[in-house]
Design a protein around this ligand. Structure first.
Ligand SMILES: Nc1ncnc2c1ncn2[C@@H]1O[C@H](COP(=O)(O)OP(=O)(O)O)[C@@H](O)[C@H]1O
Ligand code: SF4
Ligand SMILES: [Mg+2]
Length: 326
C-alpha cells in the first residue's frame, strides 16, 4: 500500500470552540490508483490533503491518527524530512495555478528551479527536462512557451504547467485539490484526461479532490464521499454510480448537470446548508438535510459499515433500524 491513513483527526482550535475539520477518517491508496474525495465546500477535503502533506497551518493541528506513506508515519517526520518528501515523492497541485506560480518569473525558471531542487541535474539537463515535461503535459511549442510569464498563458495552460512541475520529479503520489474547478468544461475534461494518462505513464497514484461528483466518474478508480469531516460512503467508481447508498451521495448525484437533460428547469440542490461546525446537529450530521431522516437519526450518529466492499454511514442500512425497509 502506498498511502494508508488511519483514524486521522485534524482540528482547529478557535475562540468559540473546536472545529473537527477531519474527524477520524481512514483510507488507503495503492500504487498507481486514482482515489477521489468528493464533498461540498467545507467538508474537510483540503484539510485532509494538507494533513497528508504536513501543511496544516495554525490554529489547525493534526491531533490523532497516523499517515503511513510506504509504511512510514509522516506525522513522525521532522519539518526538514517532510520538506524533502514534498515535491519529490509526494506532489500537490491546487485549484488556481496563478496563486502557486510566481508572476514575476518565466515558466522555464520556475519549472527548472523545482527540478533542480529535487534532482541533481545541471542547468542544461534541467532545461531539457523542463521542456520534456511541458511537452508531456501537452503544451505546444514547449521551448517557446517556456519563455512565457504565467499571465501570458490561459488558465488551462497554467494548470498544465503546474502539473508539469508537480510531475517533473516523478512523485509516487500526486495530490490534486480541485485541479479543474477554475476551468471551463472542455478544458476540465482535457486536464482530467491528462491526469489519467500521467497516471498510466508514470504509474503514479493520484488523490483527486473535488466538490463535483461529475468529475470523478471519468477519472477515478475509487471514490470517498466526505461530509462534515467524516467519510459517509466509499466504493469503487462503478458501484458508487450504479448503486449509490448514502442519501447525501444521492443528492450529489442528482445535482450533476446532465447534457441529455432537456428541461431548462433549475438544477436539483440538496436542501439546507452544511451545518456550522461549531453547531453540529445531535445524531447524524446529515439529519437536518436528509429526505430519509428517521427518529433514530436525531438521537444517534451512525457508524461507517461495510456491505459487500461498499462502505456507508447511514442507519438505512443498519439491521437494528426498525423503521427502515431496505
Ligand atoms: N484556517 C482555518 N481556520 C479555521 N477553520 C478552518 C480553517 N481551514 C479549514 N477550517 C475548517 O475546516 C473545515 C473544512 O475545511 P476544508 O478542508 O477547507 O473544506 P473543503 O476543502 O472540503 O472545502 C471548514 O469548514 C472549516 O470549518
Ligand atoms: S442516518 Fe438517517 S439522517 Fe443520516 S443519512 Fe441516513 S437516513 Fe439520513
Ligand atoms: Mg478545499
Amino acid at each position: 500500500m502506498l498511502l494508508e491513513v488511519n483514524h486521522l483527526q485534524t482540528e482547529f482550535q478557535l475562540k468559540h470552540g473546536t472545529v473537527k475539520a477531519v474527524n477520524d477518517i481512514s483510507f488507503s491508496i495503492e500504487k498507481g490508483e486514482i482515489l477521489a474525495i468528493v464533498g461540498e465546500s467545507g467538508s474537510g477535503k483540503s484539510v485532509t490533503s494538507l494533513s497528508v502533506m504536513g501543511l496544516v497551518q495554525n490554529p489547525g493541528k493534526v491531533v490523532g491518527g497516523e499517515i503511513l506513506f510506504k509504511g512510514e508515519d509522516l506525522l513522525k517526520k521532522s519539518k526538514a524530512e517532510m520538506q524533502a518528501i514534498r515535491g519529490d515523492q509526494i506532489s500537490m497541485i491546487f485549484q488556481e495555478p496563478m496563486t502557486s506560480l510566481n508572476p514575476v518569473y518565466r515558466i522555464k525558471d520556475q519549472i527548472m528551479e523545482s527540478i533542480m531542487t529535487h534532482m541533481k541535474l545541471s542547468k542544461k539537463e534541467a532545461w531539457e527536462r523542463a521542456v520534456h515535461m511541458l511537452e508531456v503535459v501537452g503544451i505546444p511549442s514547449p521551448r517557446e512557451r517556456a519563455m512565457d510569464y504565467p499571465h501570458q498563458m490561459s488558465g488551462g495552460m497554467r494548470q498544465r504547467v503546474m502539473i508539469a512541475m508537480a510531475l517533473s520529479c516523478r512523485p509516487e503520489l500526486l495530490i490534486a485539490d480541485e485541479p479543474t474547478t477554475a476551468l471551463d468544461v472542455t478544458i476540465q475534461a482535457q486536464i482530467l484526461d491528462l491526469l489519467y494518462h500521467m497516471r498510466e505513464k508514470f504509474n503514479m497514484a493520484v488523490l483527486l479532490i473535488t466538490h463535483d461528483l461529475g468529475v470523478v466518474s471519468e477519472a477515478a478508480d475509487r471514490v470517498i464521499v466526505m461530509y462534515c469531516g467524516q467519510i459517509v460512503e466509499e466504493a469503487d467508481v462503478r458501484s458508487l454510480f450504479a448503486n449509490p447508498m448514502h442519501p447525501y451521495t444521492l443528492g450529489l448525484l442528482k445535482s450533476i448537470p446532465r447534457l441529455e437533460d432537456e428541461s431548462d428547469g433549475p438544477l436539483y440542490m440538496i436542501k439546507g446548508m452544511v451545518p456550522n461546525p461549531l453547531k453540529m446537529p445531535a445524531g447524524c450530521p446529515f439529519s437536518d438535510r436528509c429526505d430519509r431522516c428517521m427518529e433514530r437519526c436525531r438521537r444517534e450518529a451512525p457508524a461507517l459499515k461495510e456491505i459487500d466492499g461498499h462502505k456507508v454511514r447511514c442507519f438505512l442500512y443498519d439491521s437494528e433500524t426498525e423503521e427502515a425497509q431496505v
